[in-house]
Design a protein around this ligand. Structure first.
Ligand code: FAD
Length: 450
């Protein structure tokens, strides 16, 4: 450490900042973490975790309603959504407590307040309650300030009728109806959860399908499942907000805007499109002692990408290393009902001779036992080398299966064998889809022409 108080200061305690601070401390750095809101960032408080808690609550509700299929006679009392919301808040608070314990165990100074740059080593902190400004300095600074919901021109989030994802996750009562604008991952998760708890949902997407960047078969399956759940799905719909008056709530989930109001110009940090901070593969900004990770760097707006970058930035800032972020395989998951996931080799489009295999969960023994027979696994394989290149999974547990699929597409054909996969399991379906690409899946009926 030079003349500065800390070796490293991290701005923001979401998955990117939390990981960066802990890893820096593990490497022996004297570290501080500045947070202006709740420890855990968007992911814990307004994103990944609350949505998954509500999704899981819905799943439990459905399990109770279907328990007769296993010979039970269980009646579901009317659902009080406020009780579910309270359970969610309790679970989130519990996880937050755990994170604070981890920070404290590494002697990381947690500073409450909003940070902004004075120069490339110094930050001014505006204390949350006290409105007092003080300065802190560090040799290295890692920016992990995340992103916030984007607004649409002409509309203002008022936490009443026009709401964003944070407002939606804070609802204590179920509205009678809601228009959700934006058919990406967040819009689909919100539509699934709120319709499942009895809210009449219209989901509008301006592109011609949901999840426009996803495989068409997957986006079509998601659309069909939403329709089955009673959601009205509008695609190629760019004027949904004209009908806003018809709805009790209008939830806008059309993108995320970087939290770049940090006085970056005082440190000379360059931003690119819409205020995201430009970084290289080592998470370095254009200023040599300043790094940026997670949503603020605008590469993959996902918690695990932020964690990965947080660890890389800390290693590069504190260690003597120059580690590059590995973006070769990034799984994507949407908590529709059932879940849908995909993963592709980053050079997928380079392959010309690609064959496909598909295995429906309706043919899986384990899916039969769990009564979770909806959906499929689809697999893309390079015909010449037999190397698996991509998986798309719609179905129960696909959020876990996709992590295995990520490892499988890092493997060569020789490393893939039936003998290492437990039976009966959902994971067998990955192998079956792979074998189907060569018409060799023994669990599917013979194809005509074979
Ligand atoms: C509804 C929803 C569901 C999601 N679900 C998933 C999911 O299932 N899986 C997934 O991988 N991703 C999901 N995401 C995305 C995920 O939440 C983000 O990618 C992730 O949180 C980004 O982490 P981060 O550390 O970059 O920033 P954040 O988690 O946004 O944390 C940034 C922190 O910085 C703080 N901060 C900002 N400015 C300052 C300042 N000036 N001074 C001090 N502190 C500051 C903020 O208060 C915040 O706590 C979801 C997002 C939303 C909105």
């Amino acid at each position: 450490m030079g003349l500065n108080e800390y070796d490293v200061i991290v701005i923001g305690s979401g998955p990117g900042g939390f990981t960066a601070a802990v890893r820096a401390a593990q490497l022996g750095a004297k570290a501080a973490l500045i947070e202006k809101s709740l420890i855990g960032g968007t992911c814990l408080n307004f994103g990944c975790l609350p949505t998954k808690f509500l999704w899981q609550s819905l799943k439990i509700k459905q399990k109770i309603q279907k328990s007769y299929e296993y010979g039970f006679k269980a009646n579901l009392e009317p659902v009080v959504f406020a009780d579910i919301a309270a359970r969610k808040d309790k679970a989130i608070a519990g996880i937050r407590k755990g994170m604070i314990a981890v920070l404290s165990s590494y002697d990381i100074d947690v500073i409450e307040g909003a940070a902004s740059f004075k120069d490339r080593n110094t930050l001014a902190v505006l204390g949350a309650e006290k409105k007092e400004i003080f300065k802190v300095s560090a040799d290295k600074i890692i920016i992990a300030s995340g992103a916030i919901p984007s607004v649409i021109k002409g509309f203002v989030f008022d936490s009443g009728k026009i709401i964003n994802s944070t407002d939606a996750l804070n609802l204590k009562e179920m509205p009678a109806n809601m228009l959700i604008v934006g058919g990406g991952a967040i819009g689909i998760e919100m539509a699934t959860i709120f319709s499942g708890f009895g809210c009449c949902i219209t989901l509008a997407e301006c592109e011609n399908c949901l999840l426009p960047n996803e495989d068409r078969e997957v986006s079509e399956e998601i659309r069909r499942n939403l329709l089955r759940q009673g959601v009205e799905v509008l695609v190629s719909c760019s004027n949904a907000l004209d009908q806003a008056d018809k709805y009790e709530k209008v939830l806008i989930v059309t993108g995320r805007t970087p939290n770049s109001d940090l006085g970056l110009e005082k440190a000379g940090v360059k931003t690119i499109k819409r205020g995201f901070i430009e970084t290289d593969e080592f998470c370095r900004t254009n200023v040599s002692n300043i790094y940026a990770v997670g949503d603020i760097a605008g590469k993959n707006l996902l918690a695990y990408a932020a964690q990965n970058e947080g660890a890389v930035a800390a290693e590069n800032a504190i260690g003597k290393s120059s580690i590059a972020v590995d973006n070769s395989v990034i799984p994507q998951v949407v908590f529709s009902m059932p879940q849908s996931s995909s993963v592709k080799a980053s050079d997928f489009l380079r392959y010309k001779d690609v064959i496909f295999g598909k295995f429906p969960f309706a043919a899986s023994g384990r899916a039969f036992i769990e009564n979770e027979r909806a959906g499929f696994v689809k697999c893309a394989v390079d015909k010449t080398t037999k190397k698996p290149l991509a998986f798309w999974i719609v179905g129960s547990h696909s959020d876990e299966l996709i992590n295995i699929a990520s490892q499988v597409i890092k493997s060569s054909a020789e490393q893939i064998s039936r003998g290492s996969i437990f039976h009966p399991s959902f994971s067998e379906s990955l192998f079956n889809a792979y074998e189907d690409a060569f018409d060799k899946c023994v669990e599917l009926t013979k194809k005509s022409g074979n």
